[in-house]
Design a protein around this ligand. Structure first.
Ligand code: SF4
Length: 203
């Protein structure tokens, strides 16, 4: 059976190299990429959601941040739009393209995105953190730590003062521990790891 691999952008930036590609080829993996611009598609979904929102909109790209806020604060003013993280948009595109051709391995930068991916039950798809995939395949890698995420904070910068960036657990705690209130912002950018996914627990 053919084996396809999608390397998430964080892991690609940290580890992709000719040596990695050789190791993957020897293990029978074909590395695949998305054909559509899912970043633009997700941005557009938030634009549409903002038009309909009555309260303040939560960024749903980081499942750990969303779950944490719901569990710890559950603020009444926050709305949770049904917009999947960008990574899941990629996974769905690849799954549709490759269904019936082999198994697709989708790597994630953290366990939270892995678990959300698994919860979809996409046929023929295995979600693993990048670190789990590396261990499973016994790859030998040189890590190149990143100073910034390939998808850095600022996803909603176009909204200016209507948005606020909470790009760490500490900032989330600081914002929500101020108590119940109707915020001035229309949208909250939410990332649990400091400054983004390059600090995820799966890379
Ligand atoms: S890597 Fe960190 S910031 Fe990115 S989605 Fe996962 S938990 Fe959120």
């Amino acid at each position: 059976m053919d084996k396809f691999l999608w390397i998430n952008p964080v892991a690609a930036e940290m580890y992709d190299s000719p040596e990695l590609r050789q190791q993957l080829e020897r293990r029978g993996f074909e590395v695949v990429a998305c054909g559509r611009d899912h970043i633009a598609a997700v941005r557009e979904k938030y634009r549409l959601a903002l038009k309909k929102a009555e309260g303040c909109l939560a960024d749903m790209r980081c499942p750990l941040a969303v779950d944490y806020i719901k569990a710890e604060y559950n603020p009444p003013f926050l709305e949770y739009p049904a917009i999947e993280p960008i990574l899941l948009h990629c996974a769905r595109e690849l799954q549709q393209r490759l269904e019936g051709k082999g198994r697709l391995y989708v790597t994630t930068p953290c366990e939270a995105l892995r678990d959300l991916g698994r919860s979809l039950g996409l046929p023929g798809v295995t979600f693993l953190t990048w670190a789990e995939f590396v261990r499973q395949e016994e790859l030998l890698l040189q890590k190149a730590p990143l100073q910034a995420s390939p998808i850095p904070p600022g996803f909603f910068a176009e909204y200016g003062a209507r948005g606020i960036m909470l790009d760490s657990k500490e900032k989330i705690d600081e914002y929500f521990s101020a108590g119940p209130r109707q915020p001035a912002e229309s949208i909250l950018e939410l990332l649990y790891c400091p400054q983004g996914c390059h600090k995820g627990n799966g890379v």
